[in-house]
Design a protein around this ligand. Sequence first.
Ligand code: FES
Length: 120
Amino acid sequence: MAKFQRHVFTCINDREPGDPRGCCGAVGGHEVAAAFKRKLHERGLKRIVRANKAGCLDQCHLGPTVVVYPEGVWYGPVTPADVDEIIEEHVIGGRPVERLVIPDHRLTGRDPASAEPAGG
Ligand code: FES
């Protein structure tokens, strides 16, 4: 069985129009997921890098969101135009694309130990 070196998860979650949480599916998540799948295949990387569609990753306000493992680097909002750069720089080169990285302090569900003190 193949052992993938990296996984690229892209949120494609859809919600009803007007839902205050919004959703990645309505702002381009499907197109981003398709771009990752197609471009990884075109570059011959599909056996070592897995592009997965994901449900809600709980970062809806920052979508479309993408997370790359094993590093656990979060990106958002990502457009199809950003996919080549993420593949080239991060997936192949191992260097996160800083201009698209969601900083830890903006992530929902971050480690409480790293949270800013209340009232600070
Ligand atoms: S809908 Fe994409 S992170 Fe929630």
